[in-house]
Ligand binder design. Structure first.
Ligand SMILES: [Zn+2]
Length: 221
C-alpha cells in the first residue's frame, strides 16, 4: 500500500527525483518534499487560479512609498547584484505593481526592461539578452520553476548574472511546518540550497553568491 502511494507522488519539479508527502495539519494541506534536493511544493489542488492570485498581489503594498521594500532591495543590490555587475542591460522579471526594483536599477544606470505576468505583461523582453536579470519574491510562486529558470538563463549574455531572492526553506520539517512563509496562499514552492545547486549544474550557471537565507546569484559561463 505504501509503495502504491509512493508511485502516485509527483516527481520533484527541480531535479525530477522522488518526493514524499508532508502533511500540514495547521493549514490542512499537503506538500511534496523531494528526497534528493529537498525542494518542497504545495499539491496542485492548493494552487490559486489566475484571478485569485492577482487579488492577493493587489493587496500587497510593494510600491516605492513603502520604505521597507526599498531597504530590502537596497540590501539585495548591495550583496547579490552590484559586486558582480554594475552596468549593462538588465531585466527585472516579475516586477510587480510598483515596480520598485525596476526603478532602482534604472536610477543606477542599467538599461532596464521589466516584465510581470499581471502588471506589465509585455513579452518583448524575450527578444533581448541581458547582462543582469533580477527576480525577487517570484520563484516561490511558480508552478514550473525549472522552465522559468531555464528561460531566464537563456536570456543571459555570457558572463551575465542572474540574482534571485526567495526565502530558503528551513531544513528541519518541524520548523518548516511552523514557518510563516509557507502560509501565504500564493507561495507554492520552497527551495533549498541543494535545489539551486542542481539548477546551477544542469544549466551551466555556477553559484557566485548566496547568503544561505534568501538570496542567490548565478553567473553564466
Ligand atoms: Zn529535487
Amino acid at each position: 500500500m505504501k509503495e502504491k502511494n509512493m508511485a502516485n507522488n509527483p516527481s520533484c519539479q527541480i531535479c525530477g527525483n522522488q518526493t514524499f508527502p508532508l502533511f500540514d495539519d495547521k493549514l490542512s494541506l499537503t506538500f511534496h518534499q523531494c528526497q534528493h534536493c529537498g525542494y518542497t511544493f504545495k499539491d496542485n489542488q492548493h494552487h490559486l487560479d489566475h484571478q485569485a492570485e492577482k487579488s492577493q498581489y493587489d493587496a500587497h503594498e510593494n510600491t516605492s512609498d513603502n520604505q521597507g521594500y526599498v531597504r530590502m532591495f537596497e540590501r539585495f543590490l548591495t550583496h547579490a547584484v552590484l559586486p558582480y555587475k554594475q552596468t549593462g542591460r538588465a531585466l527585472e522579471f516579475g516586477s510587480g505593481p510598483g515596480p520598485v526594483l525596476y526603478e532602482m536599477l534604472k536610477t543606477r544606470g542599467f538599461k532596464t526592461t521589466h516584465y510581470d505576468p499581471y502588471y506589465h505583461p509585455n513579452q518583448s523582453y524575450l527578444n533581448n539578452t541581458y547582462d543582469l536579470i533580477t527576480t525577487t519574491e517570484v520563484f516561490e510562486h511558480l508552478s514550473n520553476p525549472e522552465m522559468v529558470f531555464k528561460t531566464l538563463v537563456s536570456l543571459l549574455k555570457q558572463d551575465g548574472i542572474l540574482a534571485i531572492m526567495t526565502s530558503f526553506r528551513p531544513n528541519d520539517n518541524d520548523e518548516f511546518l511552523s514557518w510563516w512563509y509557507r502560509r501565504d496562499a500564493t507561495h507554492i514552492g520552497f527551495f533549498t540550497l541543494k535545489s539551486f545547486e542542481h539548477l546551477a549544474k544542469k544549466h551551466g550557471v555556477p553559484i557566485v553568491q548566496t547568503n544561505h537565507k534568501n538570496t542567490i546569484t548565478f553567473k553564466k559561463e
